[in-house]
Design a binder for this molecule. Sequence first.
Ligand code: G3P
Ligand code: MG
Length: 232
Amino acid sequence: MIKVFAHRGASGTYPENTKSAITAAVDIEVDGIEVDVQSCLDDYMIIHDTWLERTTNGHGKVNKLTREQIQCFDAGNNERVPTLQQTIDWVNNKTLLNLELKHTFSLDKFVELIEANIAAKKLSRDNLLVSSFDHHQLMWLKQQLPWVKIGALTASIPINYAEFAQRLHASSIHIDKNFINHEFVADAKQRSLAVYAYTVDKQEDIEMMLNYGVDGIFTNYPCNTKMILNSL
Ligand code: G3P
Ligand code: MG
């Protein structure tokens, strides 16, 4: 059965990467929730862009501000930009949490935070999947936490197909739906790598992904996507 990941939470229905989007996805029992993680001056925040402007009423660069400063702003429907810790608490080990590390990400305290949550049983090893377009960052992380599941992000198909992900000791490849083809899926499977496609909202695209044999899809509308999948 194809896995359904809520992309930035249930972001088609609620403001992306906010508590309502995350908890709505937990409530409908998705297979996984994808959120974007960035470093600010003193914490890790769940926000997609480097700058605050698109998704909040604030101004400035996330990595130049403190958590307190960022959480003054409205991220939609009077919600705040969550911290990584808040997100882990809301998900409460109920589903797979896919943390996408963005390019303003600093790994210094990340390993500590993850290990503390594992020790406190707020997160299980099985329920964590860390992805990034920054493959050097993923390689470093895998050295620090050899047990961590790695999702190798790519926009398109690299020249050597899925080989890059194997070198990263990844468990999955996360690829833009528009670049997938049968050869790539076959190559990934032959290397025991799962293929997850983003961002898949329309029935026609869902059917196309099923036809390619992908293992999972990221969608902004997880409730609708689950209904479509059940009806096929
Ligand atoms: O993790 C899949 C997808 O979210 C990657 O692109 O820009 O939506 O973070 P983006
Ligand atoms: Mg993302």
